[in-house]
Design a protein around this ligand. Sequence first.
Ligand SMILES: *[C@@H]1O[C@H](CO)[C@@H](O)[C@H](O)[C@H]1NC(C)=O
Ligand SMILES: *[C@@H]1O[C@H](CO)[C@@H](O)[C@H](O)[C@H]1NC(C)=O
Ligand SMILES: *[C@@H]1O[C@H](CO)[C@@H](O)[C@H](O)[C@H]1NC(C)=O
Ligand SMILES: *[C@@H]1O[C@H](CO)[C@@H](O)[C@H](O)[C@H]1NC(C)=O
Ligand SMILES: *[C@@H]1O[C@H](CO)[C@@H](O)[C@H](O)[C@H]1NC(C)=O
Ligand SMILES: *[C@@H]1O[C@H](CO)[C@@H](O)[C@H](O)[C@H]1NC(C)=O
Length: 383
Amino acid sequence: MVYLASIISVGLIGLTGLVSAHPGHDVKAEAAERAAFLKNAPIHSRSLSQCASKLKSRGHERRSVARRETAVKHLRRRRGIDSAGYYLKARSLTDDLNISHHSNLTGVDLSTDPSVLFGSGATCILAPDVTQGPYYVSGELVREDIVESQAGVPLYLDIQLIDTNTCDPLPDIYMDLWHCNATGVYSGIIAGGNGDSSDEDNINTTWLRGIQASDEDGVVHFESIFPGHYTGRTAHIHILTHPTNETEVLANGTISGLYTTHSSYVGQTFFDQDLITAVEKTTPYSTNTQQLTTNAEDGILAGEAETIDPFMEYVYLGDDVSDGIFAWISVGIDPTKDRDVTPAAYNTEDGGVANANSGAGGGSGGPPPGASGSPGARPTRLV
Ligand SMILES: *[C@@H]1O[C@H](CO)[C@@H](O)[C@H](O)[C@H]1NC(C)=O
Ligand SMILES: *[C@@H]1O[C@H](CO)[C@@H](O)[C@H](O)[C@H]1NC(C)=O
Ligand SMILES: *[C@@H]1O[C@H](CO)[C@@H](O)[C@H](O)[C@H]1NC(C)=O
Ligand SMILES: *[C@@H]1O[C@H](CO)[C@@H](O)[C@H](O)[C@H]1NC(C)=O
Ligand SMILES: *[C@@H]1O[C@H](CO)[C@@H](O)[C@H](O)[C@H]1NC(C)=O
Ligand SMILES: *[C@@H]1O[C@H](CO)[C@@H](O)[C@H](O)[C@H]1NC(C)=O
């Protein structure tokens, strides 16, 4: 039995109490800024819905459907999952989080037109990250498999970048992707709220971070694990794009702009609560002692979901979530935009180096030195 996530939008969610979990970690302010950005963004860059017919008529949609279908078959073979007898089944459309699903699929089997399954409805728009809070580390490796030795539910991602001006797929864009591990810790960052902040070794870790270039269909693929959760946030994945004209792959497998990360669009993608709940029941996710925040309680998600659909669509690869998940989304970006980004840390040939001026993480380990007032002392655990 395989479940299909139908297209979702958040209808909105009676949001109460946005959680501010750490000193200096103001989720509420971040959510407000994101919401304001999205409200003020031009209509054409808010949603990809205006691109749907163009993508179809130009054959992009058909190719995406075929690609996703092939990828799932391939992954099943690779993971030794018997695909002969599987049934794809739509997930329940009722949702206790008061999230309305656009799709009303009630049952899908092998005879179902793959375009029903693998067509993309989810449309996430990358928003310039006004607070630049995320634990972004520049200088990560260009690689598809970012798992290293992190344990968790296998997650295969197919992310398609679409130009919101032309509705065409965007090839040759470098995309950074990062997320926390199964127990809610980010690699490469030492900060209060990010796991054990006395663990100095974490500055040199790079797991669950990597970069891929989009192919001629505008698609990047990553192999990872499903993200866990940390206090104040629901499960999410960060993505950030680098403009082609300013990006060069270096001999050591990283990209240019280590200290001058530029012109990037930062966004987050999310997952159905049902899926998160299923994953969180498995180990090692179930060993996470950090407070769980659901989608309905996540202020950042609410800010994004008000105008766009930032949820990934997915199928289970096998009968059980632990067999792995194949997830996809289309992301709209405006490649003419160009902005500076301030990483929280740099991955260099001399190991990880915190950016003292980032205002996010970095600096000393130990408890938040919030009162010191020096730039960079505020350990914004963010989003
Ligand atoms: C959410 O719940 C409220 C109150 O129960 C209800 O009026 C509303 O229609 C629900 N919205 C969705 C999208 O289900
Ligand atoms: C499902 O949605 C389609 C398109 O929105 C609509 O035509 C159809 O009547 C719906 N079916 C049910 C059972 O609600
Ligand atoms: C997540 O990373 C932290 C820091 O390295 C580590 O202590 C923890 O064991 C990791 N979680 C899992 C499930 O491996
Ligand atoms: C790269 O393209 C962006 C967007 O068109 C532009 O703003 C930027 O100046 C260009 N960078 C260089 C180095 O030409
Ligand atoms: C990769 O090479 C660049 C340019 O020499 C250097 O600045 C950077 O520190 C290197 N990164 C790693 C991870 O070795
Ligand atoms: C991080 O890696 C660098 C380069 O290999 C090394 O010099 C440094 O001691 C390491 N830091 C920690 C805390 O392990």
